[in-house]
Write a protein that binds this ligand. Structure first.
Ligand code: F3S
Length: 106
């Protein structure tokens, strides 16, 4: 499956949702997640993200394994998003920040 990594947090560009053929993106307050039960690994979303926030389960850095669990968990309750919208207001600042996991809002 593909995974939205912590880079998405506080940016939420949403370019990714437009190309997903199975509508597997779900939206939370400050990031998106992918439903691992719906993702078909088409890879179309990967190049769409301007900050390369999407990767495969296999390529996920060990330090970000928590994001794999969070994608699976939160996609079950957050609503599906299929249309692009404006990124979050402070996206330019947060795009350059790593280690944002603790800032994920549920
Ligand atoms: Fe997030 Fe990138 Fe999509 S920042 S909302 S994964 S385009």
């Amino acid at each position: 499956t593909h995974v939205v990594t912590e880079a998405c947090i506080k940016c939420k560009y949403t370019d990714c949702v437009e190309v997903c053929p199975v509508d597997c993106f779900h939206e939370g307050p400050n990031c998106l997640v992918i439903d691992p039960d719906e993702c078909i690994d088409c890879t179309l979303c990967v190049p769409e993200c301007p900050i390369d926030a999407i990767t495969t389960e296999e390529e996920l850095p060990p330090g970000q394994l928590v994001m794999l669990a969070l994608n699976a968990e939160l996609s079950k309750t957050w609503p599906v998003i299929v249309s692009q919208k404006e990124p979050l207001s402070d996206h330019e600042h947060w795009a350059g920040v790593s280690d944002k996991r603790d800032l994920l809002e549920r």
